[in-house]
Design a protein around this ligand. Structure first.
Ligand code: NAG
Ligand code: NAG
Length: 364
C-alpha cells in the first residue's frame, strides 16, 4: 500500500529535482538575520525587478572586466545618513560636520542594485561596542546595527537571484576610533574569507585577465586596506589623495588608473567647481575607453564636494539652479564626445538616481 502512495510522490520529486541545483548557496537562517539587522544600510529587501537586474547577461562571456563599463556608487553606505540619524549618534561621534557633507546618495543598496549599479564603495570601522565591523564615512558612524557581514549577505542574495551579474566591491578601513586598525583589518579579512564568503568572493589578486564568465554570480574585491593576508585586488600601494589622474600597481601586477579629484579647486561658486570636476571625470573616462595610459583597470570617481563653500556632495552632483556634475557627465556620455564610447571602466557616482538615465548612459 505504501509504495502506491510513494510512487506519485517520487515522480513529483523527479520532476522537481532540477530545482535542487537552484537551492540557495547560503545559510537561510543567517541570511534572514543579516537582512533584518543590516536593513539600515541595505534597505529593506525586495527581489530585483526590471530590465537592469541582469544587464550583464547581454555582455559576452569572454569580455574582460577591464573592458567593461560599470556604474557604481561612491560611499555606498552613506545614503541613510539623515540629520536625525546624526543627532541620534551624537553620543558616539560628538559634534562633527553637518550630515549632508557625509551623504552621497539616497537609494538603499537594494535600490542601487536594481538601478544597475555593480560597483560599491564600502568603508568600514569598529562599532562603538568595540566588537562589530560597521560602516563609517570619515567621522560619521552611518549605522550602529548593520554589520559588514550583513551587507555582504545582501549582495549574495542579489547574486543568487541574478547569477549573470558580477559585483566589484571596494573595501576600505575607514575608522578605528573604537578599536585599532590592526583588529579592524583582521576582522575585515576574516569576514571576506569565511566559509560562506568563499562561495561568492573571488579571492584573485589580479584583475587584468579576468573575464566576466569567471566571476558571474561572484564578487571581485578591490582592496583598500592593509590585509593580514592577500585577498583581492590590492589598491593600497600609492592611492593618491584628491588627485585627478594617478596610477598604481597592484601586488598582483595590474596597472590601475584612477581619477579621484574629490575636492576640485576653482574660483568661487558652484559652476566653476562643477566644470573642473566634469573635465577631470570625462578626460579620465575618455582615457579608459582608448586605454591611452596603458592596459589595466580604470576607475573614475565622479563624486565631489567643496566643504569650505558648502558645496556638499548632493549639490555638486545635482547642481542647484545651475547644472551639477551628473548632468554634465550624462550630457557628455549621451550627446557629447563620450557618445558611443565603450570600455569606460568603473565609474563611481554620487546621487546618480537624481539624474534619470545616467546609470544607463554609463552602461551603454
Ligand atoms: C546557519 O546560521 C545560523 C545563524 O547564524 C547558525 O546558528 C547555524 O549553525 C548555521 N547553520 C549551518 C548549517 O551552518
Ligand atoms: C572616527 O570617528 C570618530 C567619531 O566620530 C572621530 O572622532 C574620528 O576623528 C574619526 N576618525 C577618522 C580617521 O575619521
Amino acid at each position: 500500500m505504501l509504495h502506491l502512495l510513494l510512487l506519485p510522490l517520487l515522480s513529483i520529486l523527479a520532476i522537481a529535482s532540477p530545482l535542487e541545483s537552484r537551492a540557495p548557496k547560503y545559510n537561510v537562517t543567517a541570511m534572514n538575520a543579516a537582512l533584518s539587522r543590516g536593513s539600515g544600510i541595505l534597505g529593506s529587501y525586495s527581489k530585483c525587478s526590471g530590465s537592469l537586474c541582469s544587464w550583464m547577461s547581454k555582455i559576452p562571456d569572454d569580455t574582460r572586466l577591464t573592458d567593461m563599463s560599470i556604474p557604481g556608487t561612491h560611499d555606498t553606505a552613506s545614503w541613510n545618513y539623515t540629520p536625525l540619524k546624526q543627532i541620534e549618534y551624537l553620543k558616539y561621534t560628538n559634534i562633527i560636520y553637518p550630515s549632508p557633507l557625509y551623504r552621497c546618495g539616497k537609494q538603499s543598496i537594494f535600490q542601487q542594485l536594481q538601478a544597475g549599479n555593480r560597483a560599491f564603495d564600502l568603508r568600514l570601522g569598529v562599532a562603538p561596542n568595540g566588537k562589530d565591523t560597521v560602516f563609517f564615512h570619515s567621522e560619521a558612524l552611518l549605522d550602529v546595527n548593520a554589520r559588514f557581514e550583513d551587507v555582504l549577505y545582501g549582495f549574495w542574495r542579489f547574486l543568487d537571484e541574478n547569477p549573470t551579474e558580477t559585483l566589484l566591491i571596494s573595501v576600505k578601513d575607514e575608522n578605528s576610533t573604537f578599536g585599532s586598525y590592526t583588529t579592524l583589518q583582521q576582522r575585515m579579512y576574516d569576514t571576506l574569507t569565511s566559509a560562506q564568503a568563499q562561495i561568492y568572493v573571488n579571492p584573485a589578486q589580479s584583475i587584468t585577465s579576468t573575464t566576466l564568465s569567471a566571476v558571474r554570480g561572484k564578487m571581485v574585491i578591490l582592496r583598500r586596506f592593509n590585509s593580514p593576508s592577500a585577498i583581492g585586488v590590492d589598491l593600497t600601494n600609492g592611492f593618491a589623495d584628491n588627485n585627478p589622474d594617478f596610477s598604481l600597481t597592484t601586488s598582483g601586477g595590474d596597472k590601475v588608473y584612477i581619477e579621484d579629484l574629490y575636492e576640485p579647486s576653482a574660483s568661487i561658486g558652484l559652476t566653476p567647481h562643477v566644470k573642473v570636476k566634469v573635465d577631470a571625470t570625462t578626460t579620465h573616462i575618455a582615457a579608459a575607453a582608448s586605454k591611452s595610459k596603458g592596459d589595466g583597470l580604470y576607475i573614475t570617481y565622479a563624486s565631489s564636494e567643496v566643504a569650505a563653500q558648502l558645496l556638499v556632495p548632493q549639490v555638486m552632483a545635482d547642481g542647484l539652479v545651475v547644472p551639477g556634475v551628473n548632468v554634465g557627465l550624462k550630457t557628455w556620455l549621451t550627446s557629447g564626445k563620450g557618445k558611443g564610447l565603450k570600455k569606460k571602466g568603473i565609474i563611481f557616482t554620487d546621487f546618480a538616481s537624481d539624474t534619470s538615465g545616467l546609470v544607463e548612459a554609463i552602461i551603454a
